[in-house]
Design a protein around this ligand. Structure first.
Ligand SMILES: Nc1nc2c(c(=O)[nH]1)N[C@@H](CN(C=O)c1ccc(C(=O)N[C@@H](CCC(=O)O)C(=O)O)cc1)CN2
Length: 294
């Protein structure tokens, strides 16, 4: 029995949930999980439903059948098969802890994606990546060659059919054009609890400010550096006795965990961009793939 999901966003009005659930029942589908959010400030409505098709309906059957409901409520609607793995490209610079964490989670089945390529502006992690039988591309970036370098990056994305780029501590600022072209399809991990300490060296900034908490933020990438819609965040405590170098070491785990949570939410269709914010629905039951030995 196939497990599908449906994402809906539209202007809020009465009857949306009733119309969608009635449609699914009429298609012999059994709803297994449902979440919705009615943003009274913006009038935007968001819904995500997981369901099992007990009548052998295909995605195309559902899309075609749903057209009248979608039109009636002027919806943006997307059906997807929850078993189909999203294709992702991971990008990294000099700090490889998030990449390493993602590769481990992927290897044990904890991150159900297809990693179609890893791209870096350094060679440090070429062996690690190739040892996972994943294509590795080293694309050096300078201020002079940035347009050409980004063209090569986009070539990898297009040739592999990647739906998502993950910046796993990739430390190059992407052009406005690339951010526009890939809007909602690039996730970054920033090593601070945004909006504090944007830009380069956030741990140094935090140390000089004398904070008692450091953190990490995963967000969609926009042209405005580290200003994109936030998907996930977390923090850990620090003390007066620790240095900025200590923060770098202490921050690794929280950065890796925050990024993994953000990617998990995105690939399961649980994240909706709502202006400069996001709506993030909780994981569906059983959505954490059964892990196996690493
Ligand atoms: N257009 C965007 N590009 C990137 C974003 C973003 O939000 N919008 N996030 C960054 C990641 N990042 C912090 O998380 C970050 C990366 C790089 C820099 C920076 O100042 N880089 C300098 C130096 C680069 C180098 O010497 O290697 C630069 O690019 O000129 C600040 C913050 C990823 N890209």
């Amino acid at each position: 029995m196939t497990s599908f999901a449906l994402r809906v966003q539209c202007q809020s009005r009465r009857g949306i949930v009733a119309a969608v659930s009635t449609f699914l029942a009429e298609q012999n589908c059994n709803i297994t999980d449902s979440a919705q959010f009615d943003d009274v400030e913006t009038g935007n409505f968001f819904m995500r439903m997981s369901f099992r098709s007990e009548g052998g309906r295909s995605i195309d059957d559902l899309v075609n059948g749903f057209a009248s409901v979608s039109k009636a409520f002027d919806m943006e609607a997307e059906f997807f098969d929850e078993a189909v793995k999203r294709k992702i490209v991971i990008m990294v610079s000099g700090f490889g802890h998030c990449l390493n964490d993602l590769l481990y989670r992927w290897r044990i089945g904890g991150l159900p994606v297809e990693i179609v390529a890893v791209i870096s502006n350094h060679m440090d992690y070429q062996k690690l990546v190739v040892n996972h039988d994943i294509p590795f591309h080293c694309i050096k970036v300078t201020k002079a060659n940035k347009p050409d370098a980004e063209a090569r990056i986009m070539n990898v994305v297009e040739e592999t059919g990647a739906e998502l780029i993950v910046l796993a501590r990739y430390m190059q600022i992407l052009s406005d054009d690339m951010c526009q072209k890939m809007s909602g399809r690039i996730i970054n991990i920033h090593h601070s609890f945004l909006p504090s300490f944007k830009g380069a060296n956030p741990y140094k900034q935090a140390f000089e400010r004398g904070v008692k908490l450091i953190g990490a933020t995963s967000h969609y990438v926009t042209a405005d550096l580290d200003e994109g819609p936030i998907i996930e965040q977390d923090t850990i405590r620090v003390t007066h006795a620790q240095s900025a170098e200590d923060y770098v070491a202490l921050g690794r785990d929280v950065e890796s965990q925050v990024l993994a949570r953000a990617i998990h939410a995105h690939i399961h269709g649980r994240v909706f961009v709502n202006g400069n914010k996001t709506v993030v629905f909780p994981p569906s039951p059983g959505s954490f793939a059964s892990e196996r030995r690493g």
